[in-house]
Design a protein around this ligand. Structure first.
Ligand code: AMP
Ligand code: TRP
Length: 328
């Protein structure tokens, strides 16, 4: 069975974008692979985090994975920082990655442009290498992620090729899995921008734990054009196209089916259908989340998870250190 590895940063307030771009694929795919899904807490600290909040967000992330439908019998769920081999391998990979490669990472370039290098940590700059380590430590075959992470998986592939050429076959070559609809969900108020908790104003961004009336209000006031035709055209009709993407993904239908279904509808009617689809998806998740968040299940799953991954990671790391000549 092929292996699947992916993770999400526990930076609080998970968005509908990360649900559609990532978690939904985890849930759909996890039974067809040997799956390793982790909480990327070491990635979270690439930007400043408050201690108590971080702890809560890590636990929340696990509850959300479970509430969204990941089954612990089919997926190994763990916290990245509890396995020291992620950082160990990451250092070795950093020594096999070029500055020029990291300088090309668009996510960092965008942040640097917006915030200036004085405010950005070195960890934020090198985090794509930690991500490569997360992936190849477990010999992943597939990595389901949203479009914004594709470049980091490409970097991972370059690192694998370089390392294997230099030291002999060591790592598996991973491939990204990017969803067809919903690879990049946009901000509802500014549909040229990615929906993201950190960059969006709160009206443009739906959080998985938002209340029903809040969700409805955000979708009904989403920015659109004045053409009143439900047609997919990201260039000229980014707002409506984004809502269509959300609808298509949640209903598991194609964009042209959405067009056909709403050919006689106006924007108000369509927005109401989108709001209903989002609420119908998120309500059961929120109910399950409330059941799970204070239960002992979370710790039981995490204990089992970390127990399983440490020996795997240790073997891989020792193999790498041996090939390089580290230690005795
Ligand atoms: P993050 O919350 O930034 O750690 O992202 C977690 C996962 O969700 C990654 O695989 C991202 O690519 C994906 N993701 C985040 N925001 C969006 C979005 N607006 N549209 C699609 N995928 C997203
Ligand atoms: N960098 C990813 C993000 O910001 C999260 C992540 C960390 C990840 N390590 C990973 C995703 C390994 C897939 C595989 O969303």
């Amino acid at each position: 069975m092929e292996r699947l590895v992916s993770g999400i940063k526990p930076t609080g307030g998970l968005t509908l974008g990360s649900y559609i771009g990532a978690i939904k694929q985890f849930v759909e795919l996890h039974k067809s692979y040997e799956s390793y899904i982790f909480v990327a807490d070491m990635h979270a600290i690439t930007t400043p985090q408050e201690k108590k909040e971080l702890r809560n967000n890590i636990r929340d992330m696990v509850a959300i994975y479970l509430a969204c439908g990941l089954e612990p019998d089919n997926a190994t769920i763990y916290i990245q920082s509890e396995n020291p081999y992620h950082a160990q391998l990451s250092w070795i990979l950093e020594c096999n990655t070029y500055l020029g490669e990291l300088n090309r990472m668009t996510q960092f370039k965008d942040k640097n442009r917006k915030e200036g290098s004085k405010n950005l940590s070195c960890g934020l700059y090198t985090y794509p290498v930690l991500m490569a380590s997360d992936i190849i430590l477990y010999d992943a075959d597939v990595v389901p992620v949203g479009e914004d992470q594709k470049q980091h998986v490409e970097l991972t592939r370059n690192i694998v090729e370089r390392f294997n050429n230099k030291y002999g076959s060591t790592f598996k070559m991973p491939r990204p899995i990017i969803p067809e609809a919903g690879a990049r969900i946009k901000d509802l108020q500014n549909p040229k921008m990615k929906m993201s908790k950190s960059d969006s104003d709160s009206r443009g961004c739906i959080l998985l734990l938002d209340e029903e009336n809040v969700i409805r209000k955000k979708i009904m006031s989403a920015v659109t054009d004045s053409d009143n035709k439900i047609i997919f055209d990201e260039e000229n009709k980014p707002g409506i196209s984004n809502l269509m993407m959300i609808y298509a993904s949640l209903k598991d239908i194609k964009l042209d089916e959405v067009e056909r279904k709403f050919v006689n509808s106006n924007y108000g009617e369509f927005k109401k259908a989108v709001a209903d689809a989002v609420i119908n998806t998120l309500k059961p998740i929120q109910e399950k989340y409330k059941e799970i968040i204070n239960s002992s299940l979370i710790d039981e799953i995490l204990n089992k998870g970390i127990e399983k991954v440490i020996p795997l990671a240790k073997d891989k790391c020792l193999e790498v250190q041996e090939k390089i000549g580290l230690g005795r």
